[in-house]
Design a protein. Structure first.
Length: 407
């Protein structure tokens, strides 16, 4: 809980304490406990507290949904004390305007909402993670989600998402529905983007692991026709990779190269040598196309978390990403197994995207290079290396591109 409270309540004038205090400016129930904190629920009246766990509960897996429903019903009945959840109290010094030191009060002023309250999810400490505040008004109505960039890497991610949401084409055809950008602001040293709430009756996807190929193609083509094929070496991708990889050799030397690993520059050279003449379709990608960033409503696909959107990449990157990240994040698989999962997805679904065997292999290898560059850039933004991917990704690339024996 510590890193989240430091990111959200970072003003040194604030005082945080455990225990209910009628003099606190705001208070939160810590659910389920201090040691296993998962949520901070605003104690701003029964309707607000209940809404903070019941809103969008249909997006949750059944077991999680049941637990949240039980807590929400207790909150609505004014019996949350039965959970024995500890209380986090936040104190504002006398004479200090709450909008100076409390982000929710500041956002309430900017948005013209008399009262604004935040339910805050707790995730494990990770310099890549951004606190996300689900915002409610005094009546318990959802008012949006506020994402907070608190270090160089996450500030850049928040800026990128705000710019993307402002520039995306209007949904139509097979394009997913995207939450609109409500506000983008800088508050103290935090970068903050507020996106619109989803419809109340939004639901989980049926068969969430099944790729939505027509929507992927619509995103890749911005809702338009297919782009003319072009050779990899004639696309801007290789030069973009080399520009972004500048300085990578020095950075990776700090943690030492594994004997089976290769440099990212060597990986880029190997892909160009093998696939440079291969022609394929290039376009946009969402950048984090995973089941937990999607929902459905009235037959339409909703898609959020656009902070990693990119352009000029081989069509199929989103498919590779969904398979790789599902294996990594949901199943806890090591990087080589995640790459195998991406291969399997491209083999099964790639033909529907116009990808034959050679292009399927190129897409997965190019995605692995892109994934390494993304996390390298995050490390340069003070986010640190992801130990599950480094140096494992470079070892995987070495095995796949022929510079190390396959596992």
């Amino acid at each position: 809980m510590g890193w989240v409270t430091r990111a959200v309540f970072g003003d040194p004038r604030l005082r945080l304490s455990i225990g209910a205090d009628p003099g606190a400016a705001v208070a939160y129930a810590v659910v389920p406990s201090l040691d296993r904190a998962r949520f901070l629920l605003p104690l701003a009246g029964r309707r607000v507290t209940a809404a903070s766990v019941l809103a969008y509960n249909a997006l949750r897996p059944p077991r999680v949904r049941a637990g949240r429903t039980a807590v929400g019903l207790l909150a609505r009945a004014g019996a949350l004390r039965l959970t024995r959840a500890p209380v986090l109290s936040v104190h504002v010094p006398a004479g200090v305007d709450p909008a100076e030191v409390l982000l929710c009060a500041h956002l309430a002023d900017l948005l013209g909402v008399p009262g604004l309250h935040a339910a805050i999810g707790i995730r494990p400490p990770d310099p890549h993670h951004k606190p996300t505040l689900q915002l409610f008004d005094d009546a318990g109505r959802p008012r949006g989600y506020a994402k907070i960039g608190w270090n160089d890497g996450t500030r850049a991610m928040v800026r990128a998402e705000a710019a993307t949401l402002a520039a995306l084409p209007a949904p139509g055809g097979e394009l997913p529905v995207v939450p609109g950008l409500v506000l983008h602001t800088r508050w103290r040293d935090r970068e903050v983007a507020v996106v619109a709430p989803m419809p109340r009756r939004v639901r989980r996807l049926r068969s969430p692991g099944e790729p939505r190929l027509t929507a992927m193609l619509a995103v890749a083509r911005r809702g338009g026709p297919a782009a003319a094929p072009r050779a990899l070496r004639d696309s801007p991708l290789l030069s973009d990779w080399r520009r972004r990889a500048a300085g990578a050799a020095a950075a990776t030397a700090e943690w030492g190269a594994h004997p089976a690993a290769m440099s990212i520059g060597a990986a880029i050279d190997a892909i160009e040598a093998r696939d440079g003449a291969l022609a394929g379709e290039f376009g946009d990608w969402h950048g984090d196309w995973v089941p937990w960033n999607m929902a459905r409503h009235r037959g339409r696909l909703y898609l959020w978390d656009w902070e990693n959107r990119g352009t000029g990449v081989p069509v199929g990157f989103d498919l590779a990403h969904q398979a790789f990240q599902t294996a990594l994040s949901l199943r806890g698989r090591p990087a080589p197994d995640c790459a195998d999962a991406a291969d399997a997805a491209l083999h099964r679904y790639g033909p529907a995207l116009g990808l034959d065997v050679a292009r399927q292999r190129m897409v997965v290898d190019a995605y692995l290079v892109e994934l390494w560059l993304r996390t390298f850039e995050l490390s340069g933004g003070a986010a640190g290396w992801n130990p599950r991917l480094h140096p494992a990704l470079l070892q995987v690339l070495a095995a796949r591109l022929g510079t190390a024996p396959p596992r």
